[in-house]
Ligand binder design. Structure first.
Ligand SMILES: NC(=O)c1ccc[n+]([C@@H]2O[C@H](COP(=O)([O-])OP(=O)(O)OC[C@H]3O[C@@H](n4cnc5c(N)ncnc54)[C@H](OP(=O)(O)O)[C@@H]3O)[C@@H](O)[C@H]2O)c1
Length: 215
């Protein structure tokens, strides 16, 4: 299956492209084709230097939608609405949300939309797509550090059994990540809210790369 990343030029998008393209055909997307090309070239160079086989190309965000079976939304949650409105053809596709809406003050606070979570907002905007939430709680920095093993559990939420299964297989294909079925898409609010907690724990305890492992 082809995997496309909307916002593939971002902090987490580039890291996901580096990891996913080792086992999947991946397209990095951007609002600007040239920006996607620059990020893609940098990722390809990194993988070539490490002598790791990969399959990675770039396109616009619309090109990602046109050519991918699984589309990962890796953009700031507050840009979800404007981004979805700019795209066509998401019907019938599996759409993955890793977005965590939050506000920053003295501490980080979960700030969900009225739908309950970013994933539910996305599903409401895309009633004919299969939205699944995953990858919400993995620090972006680790995705990009190719020498590091990604050793976390990943909560996967979704209302469609087959779509959730496909995304769980995608999770399990990356490093040492282990997918866990966390239930329906409504549970994504709980999972998204874990991320500000992790960031607060890291900040107030001077810790790095705080993540979760359920066992
Ligand atoms: N950072 C983490 O550790 C982490 C961990 C787990 C989940 N997440 C979630 O992953 C998502 C992306 O995080 P990130 O840190 O990678 O974000 P980011 O680097 O700030 O942004 C990602 C991409 O979003 C696009 N973008 C930026 N502003 C936009 C706008 N106004 N309209 C449309 N697209 C815009 C940009 O792509 P183009 O300019 O190329 O279009 C950018 O490269 C967030 O929702 C976050 O909650 C992050």
């Amino acid at each position: 299956m082809k995997v496309g990343i909307i916002g593939g030029t971002g902090f987490i998008g580039t890291g996901m492209a580096l990891r996913l393209s080792q086992n999947h055909e991946v397209i990095m997307g951007s609002r600007k084709k040239e920006k996607a090309t620059v990020s893609c070239d940098a990722c390809c160079l990194t993988l070539k230097e490490l002598d790791i086989p990969f399959n990675l190309t770039s396109s616009t965000n619309q090109g990602v939608v046109d050519d991918s079976d699984i589309i990962i939304f890796s953009i700031p949650a507050e840009m979800l609405s404007v981004t979805v409105d700019s795209l066509t053809g998401l019907e019938g596709k599996i759409v993955v949300s890793l977005m965590n809406p939050m506000e920053r003050g003295d501490y980080f606070r979960y700030a969900p939309p009225e739908e309950g979570s970013a994933a539910q907002q996305l599903q409401k905007m895309l009633p004919d797509s299969t939205v699944v939430s995953a990858f919400n709680n993995i620090p972006a920095k680790l995705w990009n550090q190719m020498s590091k093993i990604l050793d976390y559990t990943v909560c996967v939420c979704g209302d469609d059994k087959d779509g959730k299964q496909i995304v769980m297989e995608l999770v399990n294909s990356i490093s040492e990540l282990k997918a866990l079925d966390a239930g329906p898409l409504a549970v994504s609010a709980t999972v998204e809210a874990i991320t500000p907690l992790l960031i607060n724990i890291a900040k107030f305890n001077k810790m790095r790369d705080v993540g979760v492992y359920f066992r």
